[in-house]
Write a protein that binds this ligand. Structure first.
Ligand code: SF4
Ligand code: FES
Length: 230
């Protein structure tokens, strides 16, 4: 069934089941996303994709709200811009965004300040370096859930990581905080591939950043010295 509705003052069409984000993208309308990823089930945890829907009291997350006949949607109203800016400022106040390049770009676009909430506590966490493939730095984690979903029934069916803790203490972790080699993780790397902030990073990249040379990394990985090129 084809649905017709208004988006940013223009008549648009959608197929039954399409989300507002789908329709916006098809029509060249830019809506920012963070927790949304094509490979995972949308769960609307970050709220950066909110839009204003006439008749709705609160802003709606476009990544999960389905298009409906006669809707009137605004994707860049003043209220929407203010909400997105505040979300970005709250993220900047509570986590390390130094490697979240897309979010930094959004901050510039929305004029978001990283000093709006000076009393907020930043999430701090030691880098977990417990396996040969990737490191986990949860001070850079925004709890978008993408890694948990690809590890679970969106892709890998391994269920090695999940949410841990409650409220502000919530973080991604393994069962009983076990080291990765003691979990069901098969080191597939899919979690690293979907992480938007650098909280999960290939070990090699991390070691190079720490100043190790490729030769030193090779010895660490294999226990053997790398042959000199002839
Ligand atoms: S580790 Fe990365 S992918 Fe996983 S929840 Fe945190 S930010 Fe998202
Ligand atoms: S992208 Fe829609 S809520 Fe995160």
């Amino acid at each position: 069934m084809t649905i017709t509705f208004i988006m940013d003052g223009k008549e648009v069409t959608a197929q039954d089941g399409q989300t507002l984000l789908d329709v916006a993208r098809e029509n060249g309308i830019d809506i920012p996303t963070i927790c949304f990823h094509e490979a995972t089930t949308a769960n609307a945890v970050c709220r950066i994709c909110v839009v204003e829907v006439e008749g709705q009291r609160v802003l709606q997350p476009s990544c999960i709200v389905k298009a409906a006949t006669n809707m009137k949607v605004q994707t860049r109203s003043e209220k929407v811009i203010r909400a997105r800016k505040t979300i970005l400022e709250m993220l900047a106040a509570t986590m390390d965004l130094s490697e979240a390049v897309e979010i930094q770009t959004m901050m510039k676009e929305y004029g978001a300040s990283d000093g709006r909430f000076p009393d907020a506590e930043k999430r701090l966490s030691d880098v977990k370096d417990d396996n040969p493939m990737y490191i986990r730095d949860y001070s850079k984690c925004l709890l978008c859930w993408r890694c948990v979903q690809v590890c679970a029934d969106d892709a890998q069916y391994t269920f090695a990581i999940n949410f841990d803790g409650r409220g502000y203490e919530t973080q991604i972790g393994t069962f009983f905080d076990k080291a990765i080699p003691e979990t069901s993780c098969v080191l597939c790397g899919q979690c690293v591939g979907v992480c938007p902030t650098g909280a999960l990073k290939p070990k090699r990249e991390y070691l190079l950043e720490q100043g190790k040379t490729p030769a030193e990394i090779s010895v660490m990985n294999t226990g053997k010295k790398q042959r000199k090129p002839r």
